[in-house]
Design a protein around this ligand. Structure first.
Ligand SMILES: Cc1cc2nc3c(=O)[nH]c(=O)nc-3n(C[C@H](O)[C@H](O)[C@H](O)COP(=O)(O)OP(=O)(O)OC[C@H]3O[C@@H](n4cnc5c(N)ncnc54)[C@H](O)[C@@H]3O)c2cc1C
Length: 398
């Protein structure tokens, strides 16, 4: 089978790329080893935070803003509920706010909001306590509040974009694993466990499996970490944390690098729990060997470290947990670049990629079809890892 483009991996990034390519009239084959949305990669767990002023760096803001527009377009087209605006609170403790590669997450967020004219307010500790009494405030905190922040429903976003891509003529091959990508002067040949396909170009958006398709990538460029999401009992505090009353929040506690947790309103009603998580980077894993079970100590540890002293009335009982995988670059930035003349790789995770994924799909489509993008993707280039880029382009992609 032949196409203009083959997209390998149909999660957050691949589904967006397929939709945007098909929308532009390109012949697309999308291939996934499972049937997305699924629970084995990086794109599940009911919700993803979205915000417009991006504390990870202002170079992300155009992706976030454009993604808002695309999510709303897709909602209008499909009738699906993808983006819920709840307001968003970034709280920083008195002793530092380093997070996701940003040495001062709060200030970077504020600067980005000012630069892009994003509606926001700065709150001192007394104001946070008075406006958001569901949170216990020590006294030294500062916060940024953004009206437009909220959450996305990742599974619905993937399903909607794949559905629209198919409607527009894309061919989707589910439960088919790509084993290698060969490149010659004419294009690419994508070999799977069921056959092979040819196209002018390929986009590799394989999430935590990306290293398998780039075996020559330097060790350490993209590392995979197991993360866990927990839903705690909110029945005694439901009114305070209900959807419509409580914002999404990111709380940088300031006891060291990445000392933070984040959470959502209780979107599943009184008995649905409240989803809370942090990040851990103790050891790397690979997707097919990652431990998918969750021990009782994991939610208990999160509860005692972050929740019990800060979220009033949230119960220690953990209703459910989910294991999900981060693919990290050394500085929490993204990789969106060509790895050879005919193959583009998109690894925008580092724990904060979903909110940008609709616009990243658009940039991937532009890059592969017209070799330039409306949004500047140079900050996501592999040249930031310069010697690694050289080694990558010198070797074949398997
Ligand atoms: C716990 C957690 C919380 C997060 N919270 C947020 C948040 O609040 N806000 C935010 O913006 N971002 C967040 N993120 C990040 C965001 O979810 C990721 O950036 C995004 O989901 C990455 O999507 P992806 O397309 O790269 O990977 P995936 O969605 O995992 O897609 C990769 C796809 O490739 C397929 N594949 C792999 N190998 C092959 C192969 N050989 N052949 C065929 N198919 C293949 C897989 O089956 C999979 O479907 C979070 C991530 C996690 C894990």
């Amino acid at each position: 089978m032949n196409a203009d483009l083959i997209v390998v991996g149909l999660g957050a990034m691949g589904s967006a790329a397929c939709f945007q390519l098909a929308k532009r009239g390109a012949g697309v084959i999308g291939i996934d080893r499972y049937s997305p949305p699924h629970t084995l990669g990086s794109t599940h767990g009911e919700t993803r935070i979205t915000r417009q002023a991006i504390g990870e760096g202002e170079h992300f803001v155009p992706f976030a803003l454009r993604s808002y527009e695309i999510w709303r377009e897709i909602e209008a087209e499909t009738g699906e509920d993808l983006l819920t605006v709840t307001g968003g609170l970034i709280i920083a403790g008195a002793s530092g706010h380093s997070l996701h590669g940003s040495s001062d997450f709060l200030q970077t967020t504020i600067d980005a909001a000012v630069k892009y004219g994003i509606t926001h307010r700065i709150l001192d500790a007394a104001e946070i306590a008075s406006e958001f009494p569901q949170f216990t405030i020590d006294g030294g905190e500062q916060a940024y509040y953004e009206d437009a922040a909220g959450f996305l429903r990742p599974e619905a976003c993937v399903a909607a974009q794949l559905g629209m891509a198919e409607k527009l003529g894309a061919t989707l091959r589910r439960n088919e694993r790509v084993v290698r990508i060969e490149e010659d002067g004419n294009g690419v040949k994508v070999v799977t466990d069921r056959g092979s396909y040819t196209a002018g170009r390929a986009i590799v958006s394989a999430g935590p499996w990306v290293n398998e398709l780039m075996p020559d990538a330097p060790a350490g460029l993209l590392k995979v970490y197991r993360q866990v999401l927990h839903w705690f009992d909110v029945s005694d505090a439901y009114e305070s944390f209900a959807l419509g009353r409580s914002p999404i929040f990111v709380w940088a506690c300031g006891r060291g690098e990445d000392d933070f947790f984040y959470g959502f309103p209780a979107i599943g009603g009184r008995d649905g729990g409240i989803k809370i998580a942090t990040e851990t980077f103790r050891e790397t894993t690979v997707p097919d060997e990652a431990d998918r079970t969750v021990s009782a100590e994991e939610p208990a540890g999160l509860f005692s470290r972050y929740v019990s002293a800060r979220l009033k009335g949230v119960g220690e009982k953990c209703l459910k947990s989910a294991v999900c995988l981060y693919t990290m670059t050394p500085n929490s930035n993204f990789v969106i670049d060509r790895i050879s003349e005919k193959v583009i790789v998109a690894s925008p995770c580092s724990g904060h990629g979903f909110k940008h994924s609709a616009a990243i799909g658009e940039s991937l489509a532009e890059l592969s079809l017209i070799a330039r993008t409306t949004i500047d993707i140079s900050p996501f280039s592999l040249t930031r890892f310069s010697d690694q880029k050289k080694r990558l382009s010198e070797k074949s992609i398997r």
